[in-house]
Design a protein around this ligand. Structure first.
Ligand code: ADP
Ligand code: ADP
Length: 226
């Protein structure tokens, strides 16, 4: 069964901009989908519609076999990681990672166990009592990933998660996110401008242009062909 199905999805913003047109894609379990394309082509809008942060104008979105067009973000089996980390400055790392679970009324001892496990995976166990301002950029990005992991979602959405990091850290996090994908065994959808990320991380690449899907293929077929 497909983990995610997008059928004839359109997004028209108030004011008239059609950001996404006739978007059709079936995503299988455990795929690592890369969304690429020029600025303004509709990548973020697509991700935000999947997350439920933006209303779908037309079309059907399924997570598994459940139509989720009208399901609020919190009740979708999805977690999203943002470019700017979006951590709560007044909360510790632990509290940042626990927040989404508290909201969903997960029992305290289970929250603690999941946060500690995610912190181990991401090597941030020693940072749990710190506030975000006392973290480096790379550490903040790990916390943002941790906050998504603890949700144990069926689908991970990542919107240019590495674009604020320097080249060295970016290379390191590329490897770590690939490992994380293998380890979690869930579906990833990842927006990027970076061709190296697209080539090395994706199982399939979706190229968008002017709101449409222009091409869908494996990294090998897209980048290695003469
Ligand atoms: P990308 O992520 O590929 O840069 P976006 O999805 O952010 O593209 O934007 C797609 C199009 O929708 C652009 O023309 C953009 O200006 C427009 N757009 C994005 N967000 C809004 C909004 N909230 N209201 C109106 N237009 C928007
Ligand atoms: P609240 O004040 O909303 O009850 P707490 O700050 O007490 O939330 O934290 C909730 C749970 O998380 C408690 O069981 C607490 O012991 C645990 N906790 C808080 N910070 C840490 C941490 N750094 N490492 C491990 N567990 C923590």
């Amino acid at each position: 069964m497909a983990s995610l199905s997008l059928k004839g999805i359109y997004k028209k913003y108030p004011g008239g901009v059609v950001a996404v047109s006739d978007f059709n894609l079936e995503i299988e379990d455990k795929e690592f989908i890369i969304l690429v394309g020029p600025s303004g082509c509709g990548k973020s809008t697509t991700l935000r519609m999947i997350a439920g942060l933006e209303e779908i104008t037309e079309g059907d979105l399924y997570i598994g076999d459940r139509r989720v067009n009208d399901v609020v973000p919190k009740d979708r089996d999805i977690a999203m990681v943002f470019q700017n980390y979006a951590l709560y400055p007044h909360m510790t790392v632990f509290e940042n990672m626990a927040f989404g679970l508290k909201l969903r009324k997960v029992p305290k001892d289970e929250i603690k166990a999941r946060v500690e496990e995610a912190a181990r995976i991401l090597d941030i166990s020693h940072l749990l009592d710190r506030k975000p301002k006392a973290l480096s950029g790379g550490q903040r990005q790990r916390v943002a990933l941790g906050r998504a992991i603890v949700r144990e979602p069926q689908v991970f959405l990542l919107d240019e998660p590495l674009s604020n990091l320097d080249a060295k850290l970016r290379a390191q996090m590329r490897t770590e996110i690939t490992k994380l994908h293998h380890r979690l065994g869930t579906t990833f959808i990842y927006v990027t401008h970076d061709q190296t990320e697209a080539m090395t991380m994706g199982t399939r690449i979706v190229v968008m242009k002017d709101g449409f899907i222009q091409q869908v293929d494996t990294p090998q077929n897209l980048y290695d062909k003469p």
